[in-house]
Ligand binder design. Structure first.
Ligand code: NAD
Length: 476
């Protein structure tokens, strides 16, 4: 079985120890991943450190041009990378572009878009103050070396979100992918190293211990972490010890609220994908749906028809729309939450029992009859299960949306967008979508409120987040 290698200082690096990467649709091993040693993690940080001054000193236009080459490399290798996403993460190949089933080809297309957009953005010098006595300019400087830790749900796209703005701004990067989905990311970084100078983007691989060595390295200047709240706290502690900033993109439990004037049939497809994108394994997926009594039965029926019509299976096969859950840990969590929903008075509308192996398949599941306080409503399921909760008045729905200590995304669904916007403004979340859910965009800042983390990614704000301001104050 092939071992896929890390890239450190532009060179392929293996390790004495490896682990198997598993295809979640078949349960089969598909490749070996090195477990980086502590020395290799230190070596990767040293390589990034050594490469950073020259990278930052390059004329901005050169860095931009190299980044457009990175986008070309991704495009040229898109079929190869998409196959790795499907075989390792599970999401079906699907189509390309924003209007298609959001599968692996969509993920790789997103990597290209999220490379081209930051490549085209600038952070011009701002004049904070000027009068006849002084001129104060704000310049944007790279932090230096960024340590990045990625999760398993969108393994390539989230790695790109961490890598690309960082290097655009003149930082260098060491990234550790999730142990569940390492190969695609290692291959992506190997490929983009064909056009980048050695040491600008480096990888290390392994599980939490390797991640902890990386984030506690005192030579790092900033951390970027996407993953669970539990690990996020540890990463924030490591950042605090070295007095460096950290961007935390943590979990959520996004509420979607239908207002009484919404049309369940017209909105069903948007709601469906808002909840079940990537089998619900998406940080900003709709994870609890609040529906007024008057629309309840029609909404449940419309979503049930869609859920039952989506072919599930191995994503490498044509026509597959839904894949497996990515790993056993997540699969067990989904099973546990559905079982507890049954004991807490929930009614299973469809799905609700494991689909049987091989692979971690679980049917799309809708649950009615639950209320706030039930586990499936209060805990992030991060899987193909949606509780649909009845509400009486909109105030009650807003209070429900806000009652948990997370606030990544939310959505409001209505025929009247002004009315929806008034409700949206009262929801405590980083993004509130109207008549759509989870529709992120490379120009639009994205980040969480409350326990969902802090700092933003994407757009000009995301680029600023990987720089520090330096004031040049001139006496006239
Ligand atoms: P996780 O926290 O278990 O793992 C994330 C990464 O952290 C992995 O690479 C892991 O190896 C690493 N890690 C584990 N222990 C570490 C330590 N002590 N120090 C440093 N790194 C360590 O999360 P996961 O299960 O991979 O991801 C699922 C979670 O991520 C969900 O809660 C989801 O909502 C969240 N998520 C958030 C966003 C977002 O943008 N807000 C995006 C995707 C996923």
């Amino acid at each position: 079985m092939q071992t896929y290698l890390n890239t450190i200082n532009g060179k392929a690096v293996g390790s004495d120890k490896t682990f198997q990467s598993i295809n979640p649709a078949t349960g089969e091993a598909i490749g070996l991943v090195p477990i980086s040693s502590k020395e290799q993690v230190a070596e990767a940080v040293a390589a990034a450190r050594a490469a950073q001054p020259a990278w930052a000193a390059r004329p901005d236009g050169e860095r931009k041009a190299l980044m457009m080459k990175v986008a070309e490399v991704i495009n040229k290798n898109s079929a190869y990378l998409a196959e790795w996403v499907t075989r390792e993460q599970g999401k079906p190949l699907g189509g390309v572009g924003p209007d298609q089933v959001p599968g692996a080809r969509f993920e790789v297309w997103g990597c290209e878009a999220w490379t081209q957009v930051p490549a085209s953005l600038d952070l011009p010098v701002e004049v904070a103050f000027e009068d006849e006595t002084r001129r104060d300019e704000v310049h944007r400087k790279p932090f230096g070396v960024i340590g990045a830790i990625a999760p398993w749900n969108w393994p390539l796209l989230i790695a790109i979100w961490q890598i690309i703005p960082s290097i655009r701004a003149g930082n260098t990067v060491v990234i550790k992918p999730s142990e569940y989905t390492s190969i695609g990311t290692l291959e992506l970084v190997r490929l983009i190293n064909e056009v980048l100078p050695a040491g600008v983007v480096n990888t290390v691989s392994g599980a939490g211990e390797v991640g902890s060595w990386l984030v506690s390295d005192p030579r790092l200047d900033k951390l970027m972490f996407t993953g669970s709240a539990r690990t996020g706290v540890k990463v924030a502690e490591a950042a605090a010890k070295n007095v460096i900033p950290v961007t935390l993109e943590l979990g959520g439990n996004d509420a979607a609220i239908m207002l009484p004037d919404a049309d369940p049939k017209a909105m069903a497809m948007g709601l469906f994908w808002g909840a079940f994108i990537n089998m619900g394994q998406t940080c900003a997926a709709a994870k609890r749906l609040y529906v007024p009594e008057s629309l309840y039965d029609a909404t449940v029926q419309a979503l049930k028809e869609l859920a039952q019509a989506m072919p599930m299976g191995d994503g490498m096969k044509d026509g597959t729309v839904m894949g497996p859950i990515q790993n056993k840990m997540q699969y067990d969590k989904v099973v546990d939450l559905v079982e507890s929903a049954k004991t807490e008075g929930g009614t299973i509308v469809c799905g609700g029992a494991p689909a049987g192996g091989p692979g971690y398949f679980y049917p799309l599941t809708l649950v009615t009859g639950l209320k706030d306080g039930n586990r499936l409503v209060d805990e992030e399921q991060f899987g193909p299960v949606l509780p649909i909760i009845k509400y009486r008045d909109v105030e009650e729905a807003i209070a429900s949306a806000n009652r948990l200590n997370v606030g990544l995304g939310a959505s409001v669904w209505s025929a009247d967008t002004a009315k929806a916007a008034a409700v949206a403004g009262r929801i405590q979340a980083g993004t509130v979508w109207i008549n759509q859910h989870g529709m992120i965009h490379p120009m639009v800042p994205f980040g969480g409120a409350k326990g969902s983390g802090y700092g933003v990614e994407f757009g000009v704000d995301g680029l600023k987040a990987v720089t520090r301001p330096q004031v040049i104050s001139i006496k006239k």
